[in-house]
Design a protein around this ligand. Structure first.
Ligand code: ADP
Ligand code: GLC
Length: 477
């Protein structure tokens, strides 16, 4: 049995802004089911949704600050979550990265460097918790200092750094570096320095014993200039210690057969019942309740990564076809504004909900016929997995984890029943439109469509296999 400290800035259902939370709220459960002793480390944000008892455990002194550690559990599990309590940093309303008005925290470097220092203290059993980690599993830049700081410790645990997104690096100035009292020995291009700046993510990439990304394809892509965000050289240099492990999903939370958020439960055996969710979704989005008009859904952060500009540019042409489009998301104000405008122009075809809404995200997955995900890059992507499980066929760009998890509907993949969605290559309006038209055409062939839905719903996206791969990695280290 390994003792694993799983360090993350978010974990569902306690706090979530994106897919990292889904992973941190489900992979540790899968590891625990494989008999491992996993503890999640998370900041004690003011906005945590705490459902289980929370207990004070200890106070750690690090970097001249007293930090309290509280303990709770992931709801309805035995997985322990240690919460890093430092009210000056985590006590105000907002999310992990922005205040309640959406402005990035000005002291992110201070917040997450303290968080990283606490991770080091706990993992080295200097926190009065009577627990020393064998492995520290860090995720994204917010935990990137941990592998770097641990290189300076004797008898340290092994370190794994998982990249969920290269586009967010935690870059700060050289002045910040020294204000944070970080050790001078780590200020060099082989550790935390990146072009005379402090790079949190580089700490993970340069110093962890092993690096993973959340899909095999993205692990290759980030070694190229197109996707490596300036770190492709270092990533390529470390390619022997870098691999991709595809994300699983929580198949209990995302189960159309039992999902309490949707209008009608269904399985691949009684797919006709899915129609009730479509009607409920159309009602909720004030669209005409038309059972036979194909309904395309999209959920996501409205940022460049997700190809939202392509969607906006495509919708003007798409409305000439029989179809409806619903979107749930928030992010870039310009995108929000343009999407709203389109919904005013075409109220019978396009409807947009701006905001974060967990219940509605389940209903979109259950009620739509197709799910659009034209990402410019996508480390793994979870919504295309949820979609397949709900028989809502994804239309995706061939990039990152989308390429690894969606099988394009072509004559031979339809014949061997592996087809589970629609895939296009170029990030252009033309390529996307052609592929959506291909999906709309196939939608009119009920038998073929149902077979695709069944293929998709029968795929195994559970964590079991991927959790085993992580466990092999921990054992190997
Ligand atoms: P990313 O992490 O890049 O945002 P993923 O596809 O990995 O993309 O995960 C996104 C997660 O966040 C999914 O669980 C998705 O359902 C959820 N999500 C994104 N936007 C919203 C929203 N507006 N309301 C509810 N859930 C959302
Ligand atoms: C990131 C990526 C997304 C991935 C998620 C969880 O936010 O953008 O593709 O699914 O992390 O690993």
């Amino acid at each position: 049995m390994k003792k694993i400290l799983f360090v993350s800035s978010e974990a569902h259902p306690l706090i979530k802004t994106g897919g990292l939370a889904d992973v941190a709220g489900s992979l540790p459960i899968a590891l625990a089911e494989l008999g491992q002793d996993v503890r999640i480390l998370l900041p004690k944000y003011q906005s945590l949704k705490l459902a289980e008892e929370v207990e004070y455990r200890c106070t750690i002194r690090t970097d001249n600050r007293d930090v309290n550690i509280f303990e709770t559990r992931l709801p309805e599990t035995n997985v322990i979550v240690w919460l890093v309590d430092y009210p000056d940093y985590f006590g105000a309303p907002g999310n992990p990265y922005t205040d309640e008005f959406g402005n990035a925290w000005v002291d992110s470097a201070e917040r997450f460097s303290l968080f990283c220092r606490v991770a080091v203290e706990i993992s080295q059993n200097r926190a009065y918790l009577d627990w020393k980690a064998d492995v520290v599993h860090c995720n994204d830049w917010q935990s990137g200092l941990v592998p770097a700081l641990l290189t300076m410790e004797p008898n340290r645990p092994a370190t794994v750094f998982t990249i969920h997104n290269m586009a967010y690096q935690g870059l700060f100035s050289k002045e910040d570096y020294f204000q944070l009292n970080l050790p001078g020995q780590l200020w060099h291009p082989g550790a935390l320095e990146f072009h005379d700046m402090l790079s949190f993510i580089k700490g993970g990439i340069a110093c962890a014993d092993h690096i993973t990304t959340v899909s095999p394809n993205y692990a290759l892509e980030i070694q190229t200039a197109e996707y490596g965000c300036g770190l492709e050289g270092l990533l390529h240099h470390r390619h022997h210690e870098l691999n991709g492990i595809i994300n699983g999903i929580d198949v209990d939370i995302w189960n159309p057969g039992t999902d309490a958020h949707i209008a009608q439960n269904y399985t691949d055996k009684d797919l006709a019942k899915k129609a009730e969710n479509k009607a409920a979704l159309q009602r909720e989005y004030s669209l005409p309740e038309e059972p036979s008009v194909p309904l395309i859904g999209l959920i996501g952060r409205l940022v460049d990564q997700k190809g939202i500009d392509l969607v906006i540019d495509c919708l003007d042409s798409l409305v000439n076809y029989p179809m409806q489009f619903v979107l749930l998301g928030s992010g870039d104000k310009g995108f929000e504004h343009r999407l709203k405008n389109l919904s005013y122009l075409y109220p019978d075809k396009i409807s947009v909900s701006i905001g974060y809404n967990e219940r509605l995200s389940h209903l979109v997955e259950a009620g739509a016929d197709m799910f659009l995900m034209p990402s410019r890059f996508e480390p793994c992507g979870l919504n295309q997995l949820y979609s397949q499980r709900y028989g809502t066929l994804p239309i995706v760009r061939r990039t990152g984890g989308l390429a690894d998890t969606v099988v394009d509907a072509l004559p031979h993949t339809m014949a061997d029943k592996t087809a589970s969605g629609f895939v296009f290559d170029e990030p252009t309006v033309g390529a996307m439109l052609e592929t959506i038209k291909r999906a709309l055409l196939l939608y009119s062939n009920k038998r073929a469509w149902q077979q695709l839905q069944k293929n998709a719903m029968r795929k195994d996206f559970s964590w079991r296999q991927s959790a085993e791969q992580y466990l092999n990695l921990y054992n190997h280290l």
